[in-house]
Structures are given as C-alpha cells and as structure tokens.
Design a protein around this ligand. Structure first.
Ligand code: B4P
Length: 191
C-alpha cells in the first residue's frame, strides 16, 4: 500500500498535484481542507465551528480534524493507498495518523514536501482568491497569517518524519508538469 503525505505551505500546490497523483497511482485523496469546506457549505455544526478558524487563517482544532480523518478511513474498505493532503498539520495529528494506520498495518510510505518561495506562495493565493471565493485567499494579511502558522506549527513535522527516513524535499517552483515529474521520480523510489 502506498500512503503519501503531501506536504507544504499554503499555495505550495498540494491540491493541484494530488489530482495528478490520484490519476497516476489510483490512490484515494483525503484533503482535510476540502472535507472542512464541504462541511461549511453543508452548514453542519462542524462546518460552522471550522469556519471561524479557517476564515482567519488559523488551524482548526486537532480533535475535529483527527475525528474527520478517522471516520473517512473507517468508510474505506479497499484501497491501493491514500494521499493525505493538508493533513497532518501538527505533531499531534501526525501521531494520531500513525496510530490509525499502524492499527491497519499500513504505515506512511513517505512525506513529500513541496518547497516554494514565500513571494510565489502569496502570488498564487492572491490570484486564486480572485476567482475562488475562498475567504482565506481574499486578504494578504490572512495569507501571511497562514504562512506564519505553517512555519510555527506545521514545519516541525519535517523533524518528525526525517528520523524515520520518510522525508523527501521537492522543489515546488516551476510548471505544474515539471513538479509532477519530480514527485513521480521520488514515488518511484518509495513504492
Ligand atoms: P487547505 O485546503 O489545505 O489549503 P491550502 O493550504 O491553501 O492548500 P491548497 O491545497 O488549497 O492549495 P495548493 O497548495 O494546492 O487548508 C485550508 C484551511 O483549512 C487551513 O488554513 C486550515 O484553517 C484548515 N485546515 C485544513 N487542514 C487542516 C488540518 N489538518 N488541521 C487544522 N486545520 C486544517 O495551491 C494553491 C494555488 O496555487 C492554486 O490556485 C493552484 O492553481 C496554484 N498552483 C499550484 N501549483 C502551481 C504552479 N506550479 N505554478 C503556479 N501556480 C500553481
């Protein structure tokens, strides 16, 4: 089973590259951002609670996202593997994910970390904001906050996966196709 953590700051191209990886490898895509946004648009209690954090560019509390991933994993009976996109985002989330996967005997194969310069992240998110309607893409101060939250709470995950030999840094600058090629090369080594 191929279980990939697709990692990187907001705007690094996680969602974009996940689409390509699902097609190429037949994996199941689990994006906590997408799951939270669908809860928001369905107007559920969970969605309303998440909205108050997401609109400010803050992380949604761990227990909410861990519970959401757990119930998704429980519904999938057969899979070639998963792409975790935007999850885990804290060390507690990573530990919870390991526990869930180890119970099934299917650990994380690798963490693929897309590395992109800060100004390029801001440019990508500002341009998406013009068409996406996403509140967190509309305001440069909120985008800056998301990047700061990433640096403080999410970046330390590299040190969680590195000692396990599962961290792979990937240049996330360039065309979507070029970056997809780099990801494929790394997946070839861990498959
Ligand atoms: P996400 O939905 O994960 O949003 P994101 O970090 O902005 O990444 P996304 O996948 O959307 O963007 P991408 O890099 O693909 O999270 C949103 C919020 O949900 C978080 O801030 C948080 O509040 C909450 N949340 C989600 N998961 C959570 C968790 N685990 N714990 C707690 N809270 C959680 O791409 C961005 C743009 O770049 C796109 O428009 C794309 O077209 C463009 N792009 C991509 N590649 C490009 C390239 N090579 N060149 C030019 N443009 C490119």
């Amino acid at each position: 089973m191929l279980n990939i953590v697709l990692f990187g700051p907001p705007g690094a191209g996680k969602g974009t590259q996940a689409e390509f990886l699902i097609e190429s490898y037949g994996l199941i895509h689990l994006s906590t951002g997408d799951l939270l946004r669908s809860e928001m648009s369905a107007g559920t209690k969970l969605g309303l609670e998440a909205k108050s954090f997401m609109d400010k560019g803050e992380l949604v509390p761990d227990e909410i996202v861990i519970g959401m991933i757990k119930s998704k994993l429980d519904t999938v009976k057969e899979a070639k593997g998963f792409i975790f996109d935007g999850f885990p985002r804290t060390v507690d989330q990573a530990m919870a994910l390991d526990e869930l996967l180890n119970n099934n005997g299917t650990p994380i194969s690798g963490m693929l970390s897309l590395e992109v310069e800060k100004q390029e992240l801001i440019n990508r998110l500002v341009s998406r904001g013009k068409i996406s309607g996403r509140a967190d893409d509309q305001d440069e101060a909120i985008i800056e906050n998301r990047i700061n939250v990433y640096n403080q709470k999410t970046l330390p995950l590299i040190e969680y996966y590195k000692p396990q030999g599962k961290y792979f840094g990937i240049n996330g600058m360039g065309s979507i196709a070029e970056i997809a090629g780099r990801l494929k090369e790394v997946i070839g080594k861990i498959e």
